[in-house]
Design a protein around this ligand. Structure first.
Ligand code: ADP
Ligand code: ZN
Ligand code: ZN
Length: 740
């Protein structure tokens, strides 16, 4: 009897399609060869696709209808059990199809059946001659000199990917350096012996840093979730580097997650020189092969440290001993489309399952983490002082309604800039809006130029002479006359980075202005090049968007001007004030990092706003205390658990009607969980029309997590089968980062 059942067993395969179910296939050969975590090639909807084996079992349809696997692609599972379980857990928690979760978790290259693992590429290091002072020799070859200096900074050889981040045109100067025998190539993947005696000594930790580091060091052998809350420049990185040392000495691995690829090269150099071990990077700036190789090195235990963005949380690391999530408050750690997971939250889940410590670090922790620290779920380590000799910046708040401003810049700020620049120091002007001006308005009739596809004004981009929608990307030329009344008196209302750049260039002809925003750094390697120009002092005035706010270290910046601090105060989103506060504190933190004291000028059109006052006068701590109280009173996360069902359609009203149907269906379902859940909406999204689609959302909210998740667990498969739901686009977002 048992025999027939065994014969009928099929392989359960997860396939990257938006359906929660897994699919049955008959094995060719031994069923036991189909281990969970092996890839298979199968035919699905008349295509050949790569799926992942997630188990065995009885077929869910008649066995005669089950197709055979085309090919078993791996002889052993690609990922170990802990990662299989993490992916499974995440797909369950976010109520997302398992196949898509797998597709996110594995390197893209592995989704192709014909993918052949590339050879480990060579890496580059200076020869003995190259390690000497070559400045005279390379006087006329600045690109070579720069590249050689970049190689010399690191105790370990550098990869092509790192060199490319340093300089997109790296390959010609590298050939020259090799021809001159100043640089040699070695095979990558070699261990720490490669480190020459160039290991830089880390600064001696101050007493706050030491006590945080020793608290982390005391708890390296079990699950221990910690929040390292230290003001900008307090030396958080040095703390976790110090805590990582014994982990690495014990032969274990360290995973460091970051929100942004722009931050990885800087951290890579620091970690490599402090720990002298093999460090791999994983981020979207790498090509598929490079990403695969980093993943492979971590998975084989050859890479000791992996620094990566979001999806690196799924990387197999057999010896994993510590996870760090830096800038844990940053929204980019949550994926905003497809499989909407939060890398910080999954890092906590992974650390618990692996019984290892995890450190969340930030100068401006999220309200979630502060709340968890208050509840004792995160152990709090605080760093209140800046490290070394650096002093915290002085702050002044300027009323930009009455103060005289020209192109968004007040006279007082200009005066301060003059002083600072004359002393040979640098200035950051922060404005969270790119382009020249956000609105083109007709002076005669008051009409504004709006996007045809979105509920949004089009931004003026003067240099490219175009109007662009920052939401859908639509673009057209700037009209000469008003489309309504034909008047030619068109006003450029408001300011963006381009306008401030232009104005300051004219105002300070003796200084170099550098603009850092998405428009000037869209090409690969440009962000790195811009940041290097800023760090070297080649440019003295840095004008930028939030790209400038994120953890970069510019020790010579002593003045920061924030032009539009209050943008976040009046947004429709529950998280926007929190984000505004984080941004202001992070930008302000760029001032006065070294021995020189810094100053921050915050221009605001609502300087009396109590939350802004609290933030600037009392600091981030009291500011978040207020916000937490507000969230508690208004029943928002972290005091309640929410999920958002979004829908959009080309036809007005359709998405809303669909969500209304879902709501009625949920209410009528008689589910016992429904009583514990508040359903709000359906409502139009804050920007109802985006890219020509009409958007609506339904908010599900519950004081405890369980009933909400039980409801979602039945809702998702029901929606997948529902004929109305199949005709319309919808998505589910658990713990949404924003409601926009
Ligand atoms: P954070 O991550 O908290 O912003 P970092 O770790 O980047 O701070 O440190 C900021 C700066 O202070 C870096 O240039 C770092 O080298 C320096 N630094 C950190 N700790 C010390 C220390 N104990 N003594 C001297 N300088 C330090
Ligand atoms: Zn007009
Ligand atoms: Zn648009």
């Amino acid at each position: 009897m048992g025999d027939t059942e065994v014969l009928a067993d099929v392989v359960k395969v997860a396939i990257a399609v938006p359906l929660s179910q897994v699919f049955d296939y008959l094995p060719i050969g031994e069923l036991s060869a189909y281990q969970t975590g092996c890839r298979v090639l199968v035919s699905f909807a008349r295509r050949k696709v790569v799926g992942v084996v997630v188990g065995h079992g009885q077929p869910s349809v008649a066995i005669s209808k089950v197709k055979s696997v085309e090919q078993l692609l791996d002889t052993a599972p690609l990922v170990p059990k802990d990662i299989v379980e993490l992916i499974q857990w995440a797909a369950g928690y976010y109520h997302h199809p398992l196949g898509e979760a797998w597709a996110t978790a594995l390197p893209v290259a592995l989704r192709r059946a014909e993918f052949k693992a590339p050879k480990e590429p060579v890496v580059y290091r200076p020869t003995k001659a190259g390690a000497e002072d070559c400045s005279t020799l390379l006087k006329r070859a600045p690109a070579q000199a720069g590249l050689l200096a970049f190689l010399s900074e690191s105790p370990l050889p550098r990869s092509a990917a790192e060199c490319r981040l340093h300089d997109t045109g790296w390959s010609a100067p590298m050939k020259q350096l090799i021809a001159k025998e100043l640089v040699e190539t070695v095979r990558s993947g070699l261990p720490a012996e490669l480190a020459r005696d160039r290991v830089k000594h880390s600064p001696e930790l101050n007493s706050e840093q030491s006590s945080a580091a020793s608290a982390i060091r005391k708890n390296l052998h079990h699950f221990y979730a910690q929040l390292l809350y230290g003001v900008t420049g307090s030396g958080k990185t040095e703390v976790y580097i110090d805590a990582a040392r014994p982990v690495i000495e014990a032969g274990k691995q360290v995973l460091i997650l970051l929100p942004e690829i722009g931050l990885t090269p800087q951290l890579l150099s620091r970690i490599q020189s402090a720990l002298a071990c093999r460090v791999e990077l994983s981020h979207s700036g790498l090509n598929d092969s490079e990403r695969f190789l980093a993943w492979q090195a971590a998975r084989k235990g050859e890479a000791t440290v992996l620094i990566g963005t979001r999806s690196a949380v799924f990387t197999p690391m057999p010896q994993l001993g510590l996870i760090v999530v830096d800038e844990e408050h940053d929204g980019s750690l949550k994926q905003q489309d497809g499989f909407r997971y939060h890398a910080r939250d999954l890092a906590l889940v992974r650390a618990r399952a692996s019984n290892i410590p995890v450190v969340l670090a930030s100068a401006t922790p999220s309200l979630e983490s502060l709340h968890n620290a208050a509840k004792g779920q995160l152990e709090l380590h605080k760093l209140n002082k800046r490290a070394g000799a650096a002093k915290g910046p002085g702050l002044s708040l300027l009323d930009s309604r009455s103060a005289h401003t020209e192109n968004g810049v007040s006279g007082e700020l200009l005066g301060r800039m003059n002083e600072v620049l004359a002393r040979g120091e640098q200035v950051i002007i922060f404005i969270n809006r790119r382009g020249f001006a956000p609105v083109l308005m007709c002076e005669a009739c008051g009409s504004m130029t709006d996007c045809n596809h979105c509920d949004a004004h089009m931004t003026i981009h003067a240099r490219s002479r175009s109007l662009r929608c920052h939401h859908c990307g639509a673009s057209r030329s700037i009209p000469r006359a008003c489309l309504h009344c034909e008047s030619t008196d068109l006003l450029h209302v408001g300011v963006g980075t381009e306008r401030v750049d232009e104005y300051l260039t004219e105002k300070f002809p003796d200084y170099q202005v550098l603009r850092i925003d998405r428009d000037t750094t869209s090409r690969k390697g440009e962000l790195q090049r811009h940041l290097a120009m800023a760090a070297s002092g080649e440019a003295q005035i840095l004008v930028g968007t939030q790209m400038l706010a994120k953890g970069h270290d510019f020790p010579n910046v002593t003045l920061v001007g924030i032009l539009d601090a209050d943008q976040g105060l009046f947004s429709a989103d529950f998280r926007s004030i929190e984000q505004m506060g984080q941004l202001i504190v992070q930008v302000a933190g760029r001032a006065g990092r070294a021995e020189k004291p810094g100053h921050v000028i915050v221009q605001s059109r609502s300087p009396d706003h109590p939350l802004l006052q609290t933030l600037l006068q009392e600091g981030y701590g009291p500011f978040t205390d207020h916000l937490l109280t507000e969230r508690k009173d208004a029943l928002w996360p972290p005091y309640v658990h929410i999920a958002l069902l979004r829908s959009d359609s080309a036809v007005a009203g359709e998405a809303r009607a669909f969500l209304q149907q879902v709501k009625e269906w949920l209410s009528a379902s008689g589910s016992e969980h429904i009583k514990q859940i508040t359903i709000m909406g359906p409502a139009d999204a804050p920007m109802e029309r985006l890219g020509g689609r009409h958007r609506a959302q339904l908010l599900l909210m519950s004081a405890s997590r369980k009933p909400l998740h039980q409801l979602l667990a039945t809702m998702r498969p029901a929606l997948e089968k529902n004929p109305a739901a199949r005709k319309i686009r919808w998505s589910l977002d658990v713990d949404p980062h924003d409601m926009l």
